[in-house]
Design a protein around this ligand. Sequence first.
Ligand code: ADP
Ligand code: MG
Length: 728
Amino acid sequence: MGSASSNDAIRSISNWAIAPAQPRPAGQRKATEEFGSLTFSEEVQRARLPKDVYRALRRAVAQGEPIEANVADIIASALKDWAVEHGATHYTHWFQPLTGITAEKHDSFLSPSADGRAVAEFSGKELVRGEPDASSFPSGGMRSTFEARGYTAWDPTSPPWLLVTGNGVTLVIPTAFVSWTGEALDKKTPLLRSMESLSKQAVRILRLFGSKAQRVTATCGPEQEYFLVDRQFYFARPDLINSGRTLFGARPPKGQEMEDHYFGSIPDRVLAFMMEVERELYKVGVPLKTRHNEVAPGQYEVAPIFENANVATDHQMMTMEMLRRIAPKYGLACLMHEKPFAGVNGSGKHLNWSMADELGNNLLNPGDTPHENIQFLVFCAAVIRAVNKFQGLLRFSIASAGNDHRLGANEAPPAIISIFLGDQLTDIFQQVEKAGSAKTTKSGGILDIGVGVLPKLPRDAGDRNRTSPFAFTGNKFEFRAVSSNQSIALPNVALNLAVTESLDYCATELEKGLKEGKKLQAAVKQLLVKLLKDNKRIIFNGNGYSEEWQKEAAKRGLLNHRTSVDAYGEAMKPDVVKAFETYGVLTEREWHARYEIAVEQYNKTINVEAQLMVLMANRYMLPAGYRYQGELAASVNAVKAAGATSKESRRALDQICRATDECKVRVDQLQALLEHEMNGDAEKHSRYFRDKVVPAMNALRDAGDSLECIVPHDVWPFPTYREMLFIK
Ligand code: ADP
Ligand code: MG
């Protein structure tokens, strides 16, 4: 790079201009008209499908009833007509293989007709089932590559939408992906299965409280954090291009210490980008709600309104894709990595999670007087039990090489899974545990700001705690340890499954109590007391970053897996495997495949990063160091020849020689470690990466960053942190 290309980047950034401010640009429709305009929404379905077909489809969506072949035919034909009217020429079964990103294979609607022309056709069979070659997707040992057959199966609960790109329109059909033998090869299938099983157990409890509800869905609202950097800087960084994060980079003089970015006014170019992303996502039915600056310079967040967890997961994938796709139009690159820049905050994805019945009642809504709402207390205590019992599974569900830079490092949240309940609920549960029931609810009261003209605000009953990995936030739980780059499918599955098992336990206990002639109140009391006694160690309202918590958690016997490698083993613990099997979410084989892929992905990630570091050091950084060494040496000689003396330039020469030498030694050490044989047991290799390779990478980074600090700017090959984070 050097200053020449750096100057190019800066010039084009400062020349970047947006259209003059106007309320609504010409040709743009109102947001309310635009929302869902590219989805085969309920409204479109009602308008275009015969009444009985429409009803059958809605029943399938609401109650999970299967759709008959002849009904599917009619839906397919209406779907095709709608898509073709909107300009679609192709359709795709869109699925979420175990790579963690989405996959699509496009097929044309056209089929040749006898008279040498073509007609657009789409049958129920094509809607319901696709057959992409499955051999090149990871299967975690479930299949060998010659067993290539895979099927995609239409998910009628997630609405199809239109992908509009430069040269045409494609109908996108959300699908599940399974092998010829029926094994789940994707992330959606277990999610759907876990939602079914959660519903079954939750309904059992609701029945006991006299509810007529038939179905419960997991609800989910994921908040996405991301970074934006100028694209020219991005292309000048091999590490950003190939690993999504900076593997080198000296700390800039100014980072996030001034706290002047969070919720600050959004720069014009970034705001223009956000608005286009939102508009495009509105069209395909993603209900985005909030946008703001995040803590680190260059970091932002977007969050939707919550939906059922399956649709929310699809929409989350679409949101990530849209962020990546639109950024280049604004000369930006969107970084979703958990830690693109050392020394400033990383990115997470807060997963807000709850359960609701089909009438929309939120089962984790405590109401104004939670102590009277014993149904709420049961559901809430069931979640507490679930998180305590399945800490390991939850920790596994968020483990990755990228998330290691957040969890267990000096950053939010810690690697210990615990629950923040807040003062109000903690107080209630303490009363329950002591007396069997709670008599009072601490209220927040009114917050008087002390200025007559300002309104009096109702105060929440508890403050927030940003350090907790799993916090109750008023009427839902927020799983904050989820990482920015991952699909939310697995964390959702983990939560659904853990809570399913726990609700099953609660329902069984309550049913037993009732059978023995207890009144419901009494049975609930007994259950709650037991649940709290057994599981209260998971509740922690204090500072999750503190040293004391590490000690306290150890005393309580909570898991504390600081690295992913430590956490992977949790997947195959007997309780976890048993729960997957018992509730039909994944067979042991299917689940083992997920474990295997997670470990492999860790190994591959570290391997790629380490190779990249070697490449960057050998081909870019060391040559820059040698160049400057030569320059300085020539200067020292010239000074001497001219009869002058400069002790300090001589010292500078020594300093650069030492720094380049150090860098060379470190890169050779890392390279030697990478020559290690990599066949066989994946978990063994992951330990090798963790214990040998990662420390060598850190050492090389330190050496590289020291070198950066003394090499002149016009010789240094990469844009610096200062430039990437602050020039917008
Ligand atoms: P907070 O201020 O606690 O972050 P917000 O109201 O901003 O709360 O919500 C954050 C996210 O939580 C949003 O995506 C929101 O839609 C989601 N959310 C709210 N209620 C629920 C719920 N019942 N289930 C799942 N997600 C929810
Ligand atoms: Mg939040």
